[in-house]
Write a protein that binds this ligand. Structure first.
Ligand code: PMP
Length: 392
């Protein structure tokens, strides 16, 4: 007689089945076979020299992607949220004043994380779809004198690409660190970390990079490191502690690398391959491709009578497009229809913009192509014909 109180789960006796799907939501995007195959390489030790070489390759790929010479540049083991917490938990101590720009969900989330560790959080808030002028940011910096200022470069919940020029310089004028979320924009729109004086910058693997979710590139300026490595208290998280992570990633120049956590080596292989793909194309070419495809896509949407949520063309994200609810339709019916009929994922609104933005379409990395844009346009056109339109 078995001593087990939980019997064998029958569902695990059937083989894993995962469908092929067009991933045109705000992420994850499709992972091309080359990057999937890289992840299928043999698992070796997280402290083996070959793994350290893969990690070194990733670091130089991220330095290129971010346009930074920062030594403390690596990938967090986790998704974009892990990078957000890595940024905040290291650079902010309980009692620190921080300022968060909120023009969608990401500022709200970051503020929540900082509050959890006892930071004194002030926000500047604008309507979803809006942005902040440098004058507004300077006014808030001079009023609140924060130790850190957060801004989302690509607000994926609203579709806004926030201007970055001059903000780093303003932050430094007020002795404040500049933290930027580029999860949804990195690789698809220009960011120059060093020239724009960004102190902490992060992204995710599953958007423009087309790697599976689970690793999050991040970089810290010398200025950020000075604050972090002179903290009075230890960061609340051992897993995300920058001293440990920068040693594990070989960023601290020390001869000995200590075991910190078991790096997800298969995810590192995929991330390395995704950076290799980007290096082959060239960063500027990737920016230009995303810009052109998005313009083409937006023109097609407007021809169909759909309205873009972000009115100012220069503020539209070239990776994630937000569309106003077509009058009389239920957006859930549209997303369900295109999934069922066209095997294609697009998504609904998120956070403060939900209800206003009703459809979000991501054309990122390898999905940023005229053929993918045409596929979404055809699917949406079909959905508008077939989904229920109320008689209002
Ligand atoms: N920031 C932005 C701008 C994002 O779009 C996302 C993911 N949608 C995140 C942060 C969080 O990333 P993840 O879901 O990988 O944790």
């Amino acid at each position: 007689m078995s001593s087990l109180i939980v019997p064998v789960p029958g569902n695990l006796r059937t083989p894993l089945r995962v469908p092929q799907r067009h991933m045109f939501g705000p992420g994850p995007s499709n992972v091309p076979p080359r990057i999937l195959q890289a992840g299928a390489n043999p698992v070796i030790g997280h402290m083996h020299p070959e793994t350290f070489q893969v990690m070194a390759d990733i670091r130089s790929g991220i330095q290129y992607l971010f346009q930074t010479r920062n030594q403390v540049t690596f990938a967090v083991s986790g998704t974009g949220h892990a990078a957000m917490e890595c940024a905040v938990f290291n650079s902010v101590e309980a009692g620190d004043h921080i300022l968060v720009a909120v023009n969608g969900i990401w500022g709200e989330r970051l503020a929540d994380m900082a509050q959890r560790i006892g930071a004194k959080v002030k926000t500047i808030v604008t309507v979803p779809g809006g942005f902040f002028t440098n004058a507004q940011i300077e006014e808030a910096l001079s009023e609140h004198r924060p130790a850190l200022f957060f801004l989302a470069h690509g607000e994926s919940s609203t579709g806004v690409l926030h201007p970055l020029d001059g903000i780093g310089q303003l932050c430094h004028k007020y002795d404040c660190l500049f933290l930027v979320d580029a999860v949804a924009s990195m690789g698809g729109a220009p960011v120059y970390m060093d020239q724009q004086e960004i102190d902490i910058l992060y992204t995710g693997s599953q958007k423009v990079l087309n790697a599976p979710p689970g690793t999050a590139p991040i970089s810290f300026s010398d200025r950020a490191c000075r604050k972090i490595f002179n903290r009075k208290t230890k960061p609340v998280s051992f897993l995300l502690d920058l001293s440990w992570l920068s040693n594990y990633w070989g960023c601290d120049g020390k001869a000995t690398r200590m075991y910190h956590h078991t790096g997800p080596v298969s995810a590192f292989y995929s991330l390395r391959e995704s950076l290799a793909v980007l290096v082959e194309e060239g960063l500027e070419h990737s920016w230009e491709r995303h810009r052109k495809v998005t313009e083409y896509f937006h023109a097609g949407l407007q021809r169909m009578g759909l309205q873009l949520f972000v009115e100012d063309k220069s503020l539209r994200l070239p990776t994630v497009t937000t569309i106003v609810a077509p009058h009389g339709y239920d957006w859930k019916e549209i997303t369900a229809y295109v999934m069922k009929t066209h095997n294609l994922e697009i998504s609904g609104g998120l956070g403060p913009s939900a209800g206003k933005v009703v459809l979000r379409v991501g054309l990122m990395g390898c999905n940023s192509s005229i053929s993918s844009a045409d596929m979404v346009l055809a699917a949406l056109g079909d959905a508008l014909k077939h989904c229920h339109k109320s008689k209002v």
